[in-house]
Design a protein around this ligand. Structure first.
Ligand code: ZN
Length: 453
């Protein structure tokens, strides 16, 4: 259901979704148990996949105009799901590198956000993040930040799908100068956007169990439940966070959240670096999700999340980039490669974190963490047409023994040539269809010249 909102320009992708055919190439569908389909054909009516299979079994429909995406010499796959991002933080890419986390956050990022975030800067930063996501094959994101109306506006205009959450923290924050107002502002955000668009799910994002008090955490969850939307949080990112929560509450972070009633199937916890076995059992029992963000954890020297234990226990797990201030890009192809190799080197076992498992985390796994697995994350008849096509005509993708291996260990975001979300082509043959990349980059460069401390 879509409603008009006077704050928003008409969507840059507001054309009616056309009927579409994707033709040729190998489809890696991520549908459970399905092998790759060679010489595939996919038919899309409006926003959904209506047929998928070998070309020989699906006739070309006759009698109506159809747009075709040529996928010969390419892999067709579900769009990637970035399950933890702060999209507008593209503004701070490369602004504060190589610092200890506490200094990075409290002496650089928080002051820069306080001084330079405004509705306008968040809008342009989020738009740049959307361009980066589309051009590197991400079609759906979970985002948490401030001035979040502007991220909604940017994602709406970009044509992407997202769980977009208003940040909640018990300090003065951008757009929330009085922290006593943080819950009211969060509720207003949900009320404003919860019927706006099928592509956009509004939510709340508690910054952490250290920067939000017990009352704030409980209220955020109550309101999220009231609106039937997931609650996001950073959890167990650093050993210092674990010590502080232990000291204040006598429990480890996951047990503390469980005591407050937050640990349930709607909780999406990013990082999970220092979760112990008992905490992982809590996550499993309550069906809560953990989002793995290895590159951010590595860059801030937070540690290595126990990915092998998380997946072996069957905990819902997605993959995220985090914001560009701690990564410094939004390329999930690179993140899959890093996640696999980090798990291998940290366990001393090359047979863990296999390529298919990484690809699943970055697609169907992330979709399940966001509660969207019935709609996106795999290529199946009846699901939303959120699809990317990865070009194989590059030296680093030749020869091709195994398409899944190629996607995880050899490809990068720049190999993506076509991107479709909700049945709408957002990028074709490497060219963005709606967003003006040059205009957006010029605007962000102009803004970045003012970002100084
Ligand atoms: Zn984060």
């Amino acid at each position: 259901m879509k409603t008009n909102n006077p704050e928003l320009n008409p969507s840059r992708t507001s054309k009616t979704p056309v009927d579409l055919m994707i033709q040729g190439g190998t489809a890696v569908t991520m549908a459970p148990g399905q092998q790759p389909i060679t010489d595939a054909r996919i038919l899309i009516k409006e926003d959904r996949i209506i047929e998928i299979g070998p070309s020989a079994e699906i006739p070309i429909p006759q009698g109506f105009p159809i747009e075709t995406v040529d996928a010969r010499d390419a892999i067709i796959m579900p769009g990637l799901v970035n399950a933890h991002a702060h999209t507008a933080m593209t503004l701070f890419r490369g602004f504060a590198d190589d610092l200890p986390l506490k200094e990075w956050l409290f002496e650089r990022i928080f002051p820069a956000e306080a001084n330079f975030l405004s509705p306008e800067t968040v809008y342009w930063g989020a738009l740049l993040g959307c361009v980066e996501m589309i051009t590197s094959g991400t079609t759906c994101m979970a985002d948490g930040y401030f001035f979040q109306d502007q991220t909604v506006r940017a994602v709406h205009e970009s044509g992407l799908r997202g769980l977009l959450a208003q940040g909640i923290i018990d300090f003065p924050a951008p757009g929330v100068p009085d922290p006593k107002e943080n819950i009211r502002i969060g509720r207003d955000f949900l009320e404003k956007w919860h019927h706006f668009s099928d592509r956009i799910t509004p939510g709340l994002f508690c910054h952490s169990a250290v920067t939000c008090c017990e009352k704030t955490l409980r209220r955020s969850q109550e309101i999220s439940r009231e609106y039937g939307t997931p609650l996001q949080i950073h959890l167990s990112e650093t050993s210092m966070e674990v010590s502080e929560i232990l000291k204040a509450h006598g429990k480890r972070p996951a047990q503390y959240l469980d005591q407050l009633g937050l640990l349930d199937s709607h909780l999406i916890a990013a990082h999970g670096v220092h979760l112990d076995k008992t905490e992982l059992q809590c996550f499993r029992k309550k069906n809560a999700s953990i989002i793995h963000v290895p590159e951010s954890n590595m860059k801030l020297a937070s540690g290595i999340a126990p990915l092998e234990g998380i997946t072996a226990m069957g905990i819902k797990t997605g993959l995220g980039t985090d914001g560009c201030a701690s990564n410094n890009n939004l390329d999930l192809f690179g993140e899959m490669d890093t996640a696999a190799k980090l798990a291998k080197v940290s366990t001393g076992r090359s047979d863990v974190a296999k390529a298919y498992q990484m690809l699943k985390m970055a697609t169907l796994g992330g979709a399940a963490a966001l509660g969207l697995e019935k709609e996106t994350g795999s290529l199946e008849r009846g699901k939303k047409a959120d699809i990317i096509v990865v070009n194989l005509k590059s030296p680093h993708l030749c020869p091709l023994f195994d398409p899944v291996s190629a996607l995880v260990y050899s490809a990068d975001g720049s190999d993506v040539k076509d991107v479709i979300v909700d049945g709408v082509v957002l990028m074709k043959e490497g060219v963005l269809c709606a967003l003006d990349q040059d205009e957006i980059m010029a605007k962000v460069i102009e803004i970045s010249k003012k970002i100084r401390l």
